[in-house]
Design a protein. Structure first.
Length: 368
């Protein structure tokens, strides 16, 4: 039996790798997507273009302006001298923020009166606007503290923020562990979802049926290549994430690969279910994308699951990506030990066993 399964595996690998285009699809697109997400998908704001409308001639207002120009988060784009210049700059998106300092700002500060600073932000992208206001507020708070300390007063109570697990709040550290799961799912599902459909489309499926292979052996022979390719793909992405993008891997490799193997078990089972139902490769590919799009959306990859409606949160319990992302981010950023991830491991194992059992039943049903 092992010899027959091994022979079928060799056949599957030859079918996948003999074509240059297939080899290209398996290797290059995942790396390109990893680079795109690593460099482009970010919640961080750097070099936000802004304009300054300073109506005050005092040195204190100039200190405020200098605090913004010295920040790496902001980039001075223009200085304006009239109110009617503000709207065109924001409307044309020349700047994302305008700092307006009134004519009595320095006098108000010296006399101890409230000295307002107006921040006008382009609110068309609410997330960007919120982050911009937060960055500006941090600069103003630091200026207030420095002013209070240098003028002899007791510094006011202030909040000291410390970010755990991601000290610099790099959104890349949040995205890239999730990319390991996303790209591994993409490649594994596509490889397994097209395996049987390719046989039917090329007319070799009937030849496979008359061989001495038992249906269970055919199922295992079809599953193992996708499983092995998924392990190689996940390992490659982990290496690039750790050594190229310098995302810390704080947990153990044993814990990480336990999650990878259990996730691949469920992904291969789902891919074989799709493949057992598909008649053509086009149907297999459509079925794969029909599963992957909601799986990614409902995994917590970009939006927190707790913000979803309760019914949708219940649906995410059927999604293997949900559990695998918790494993990835826990191992990468938190160094979560094995025993604390068991609540994520056993659902992956259950999903894998059930999907493989259904795929086996569908496969035998199609055979007979």
């Amino acid at each position: 039996m092992l010899r027959r399964i091994f022979a079928l595996m060799i056949k599957e690998f030859l079918a996948l790798l003999k074509d240059k285009r297939s080899r290209f699809v398996l290797i290059i697109p995942p790396l390109v997507q990893l680079m795109v997400f690593g460099y482009a998908a970010t919640f961080d704001l750097k070099h936000v273009p802004y304009a300054v409308f300073n109506e005050d001639t005092g040195s204190i207002s100039r200190d405020v302006v200098s605090a913004f120009s010295g920040s790496p988060s902001f980039m001075a784009k223009q200085r304006i001298t009239r109110n009617n210049q503000i709207a065109p700059l924001l409307n044309r998106k020349t700047v994302l923020m305008v700092i307006h300092i009134g004519p009595h700002f320095s006098a108000d500060m010296l006399s101890g009166r409230p000295a307002p600073i107006q921040i006008l932000v382009d609110g068309r992208n609410s997330n960007t606007a919120l982050l911009t206001v937060n960055y500006a507020q941090d600069i103003i708070n630091r200026f207030n503290n420095d002013w209070t300390a240098s003028n002899g007063g007791a510094p006011p109570a202030h909040i000291v923020t410390r970010a755990w697990f991601n000290p610099n709040l790099e959104s890349r550290w949040f995205f890239l562990p999730g990319i390991v799961g996303l790209l591994t799912l993409l490649v594994t599902i596509l490889v397994t979802a097209l395996s049987v459909a390719r046989e039917r489309e090329q007319g070799t499926f009937d030849q496979l049926l008359v061989t001495p292979l038992h249906p269970a052996e055919i199922l295992i022979g079809k599953a193992l290549p996708g499983f092995l390719i998924g392990i190689v793909e996940a390992s490659l992405i982990v290496l690039v994430t750790v050594f190229w993008f310098e995302v810390p891997l704080l947990g153990s490799l044993f814990t990480l690969y336990t999650g990878v193997l259990l996730f691949l078990l469920s992904a291969v089972g789902i891919g074989l279910m799709i493949s057992s139902l598909a008649v053509t490769q086009q149907q297999g590919m459509l079925g794969a994308f029909f599963f992957m799009v909601p799986a990614i959306i409902l995994s917590g990859f970009a939006t927190p699951i707790r913000n979803m409606p309760s019914l949708v949160q219940d649906l995410t319990l059927l999604n293997p990506m949900r559990y695998f992302l918790l494993v990835l981010r826990g191992v990468f950023l938190e160094g979560t030990p094995f025993h604390l991830l068991i609540p994520q491991f056993w659902p992956l194992a259950v999903i894998g066993v059930i999907t493989l059992a259904i795929a086996g039943w569908l496969f035998r049903h199609r055979l007979y």
